[in-house]
Ligand binder design. Sequence first.
Ligand SMILES: Cc1ncc(COP(=O)(O)O)c(C=O)c1O
Length: 433
Amino acid sequence: MHSSRPRSFSRRRFVGSLLAGGAGAAVLRAGAAPTADPAAAASADWVGAARAQIPALSNCLYFQSGGYGPSPRRVMNAVKAALDLQNEAPADPKINAQITDLENDCRNRIAHLTGADPAEVTLTSNTTTGLNIVLWSIDWRPGDEILIGDEEHPAMLMPVYNLERRFGVRRRVVPVGDPTRVVAEVLSRLTPTTRLVALSHVSRGSGRTVPGRELAAALRARNFRLLLDGAQGPGNVRVNFHEIGCDYYSLCGHKWLLGPKGTGALLTRRDALEATPVSWTGSRAQATFDEVGNFTWLPDSRRYEFATRNSAGFAGLADSLAWLEGLGWDRIHARIVELAGFATQAVQASKHLTMTSPTAADARNGIVVLRLPAACKAAAAYETLHQENRMLLSPVTHPQDIRLSVHFFNLPQEIAAVVDRLDRYAAAAVAKA
Ligand SMILES: Cc1ncc(COP(=O)(O)O)c(C=O)c1O
């Protein structure tokens, strides 16, 4: 059987039997209410017990939680249970009320996880929707400026490029490579026409975290607003919305939180709500309404939600949040940092690979990015490892950078095997060049 405890890296260590223990997922009661999983939480081998519930882990070495998190089977069951409930009679007001309760349970759990108030949570389909809610809340005029980071995902870039094209907004780019300089770099670019600062909280391409708290305080003192893209945040790193103090934080349920694909949330500070007008809207966003043009918005962040939605997805996200909380966030975060440290040592012990992401214990997280030699292309390495070794990683922005998203369920043996494989891949490319 595998050991689930990271030990310090040794190149001589045996890395076989990698998938042992991944199969035979225990199927939990269909439609389980979103409670913790006491058996997995109490098990001495809590990682092994949790792994047994995630089907994807018996198919491959899964290092892509920063792209798509692999859900435990009970999340799939919770989605199905919600769909079954809804389809007993979708138009029945009693059923509808139960479905709304499921959504609100998800809202409450997101608030609990992030230290937000439930009234500050808008349920969305993904991180990008939350970014767009904020980006389109501004009445942009030609020449208005937005500050973004130089490591943004297309989820931020595309809407910002669109604003440039549609309204003549000016995009100014802030280097975020040195976290100790980010606040100064942002402040030095603020002008009277700056309308918003929008940055990734944790960079998907380098694993670096911006100093959200210091930045939010500096911007608040100057009356500028801050939007953080938290796609790589909750589930990977601890996030407390009020402690950070930013105005907006957009997150998703389908990466590190292991929820159904197409779930997310935007957090909007209560005191930013009235200054953040609604753009797209429809029924269910209003508190009052008549046929001749009068209406009032819901008094909280639900005003950005509208129409009929995939409520079963939110039931699934509530379930994965309950499961993860039951396993213990402290344990999960400690293990992610420990495994990232193990990966760091493995890369540092390799001949051909170097680290891009932070290596210090207080700066690293589940996004481990390493650089291949110039003779390699990360996209080709990704293909080869996927096709030949069933290893799922992700090429990121720099052509030689490849990312391992290391979640709590990953094993040191898996990490050792992936790093070893990448090193051999690099050696072969260097020999050929
Ligand atoms: C930093 C960042 N922002 C946004 C996204 C897009 O996330 P979503 O599909 O939830 O909109 C990603 C996806 O990888 C990301 O890494």
